[in-house]
Design a binder for this molecule. Structure first.
Ligand SMILES: [Zn+2]
Length: 129
């Protein structure tokens, strides 16, 4: 089951999180968005669940991807958890909208503590590397 959707889910979630600043900060100036993007490093993407991307023309069955993204902005770390919807337009899947369920600043683990992204690695060997 997972192999059927994993490529779509991974690509689409990656697309969302790489373009998130633009989407969420659309009311701000281009320069502010650019500054934000330049000061932000995306660390890790975790996909919690994703529906199949099979039913391309059924509005009632729009696929969703539930994911968490971990990122660093300036010297602080953040987690964003979102459930995103997709629709199929012009022969490709497009991001429709998303519902953010969590957006938190994360406390910094010490270098030898387990990383906050859930990887089972020490922070210094994972997101803190
Ligand atoms: Zn990590």
């Amino acid at each position: 089951m997972r192999s059927r959707y994993s490529a779509y889910a991974t690509n689409n979630a990656e697309y969302i999180y790489k373009t998130y600043a633009k989407k969420s900060q659309v009311a701000q100036s281009i320069n502010e968005i650019k500054d934000w993007a330049e000061q932000t490093t995306w660390l890790k993407l975790v996909i919690h669940s994703a529906s199949t991307f099979d039913s391309k023309h059924s509005e009632s069955a729009m696929p969703t991807v539930h994911f968490s993204a971990y990122y660093q902005h300036q010297s602080k770390y953040y987690q964003l958890t979102e459930k995103s919807k997709f629709c199929f337009e012009d022969e490709q899947w497009r991001y429709l909208d998303g519902e953010v369920s969590q957006s938190d600043e994360l406390g910094l683990p010490s270098r030898n503590e387990q990383c906050f992204c859930g990887s089972d690695k020490k922070f210094k060997r994972c997101c803190g590397a």
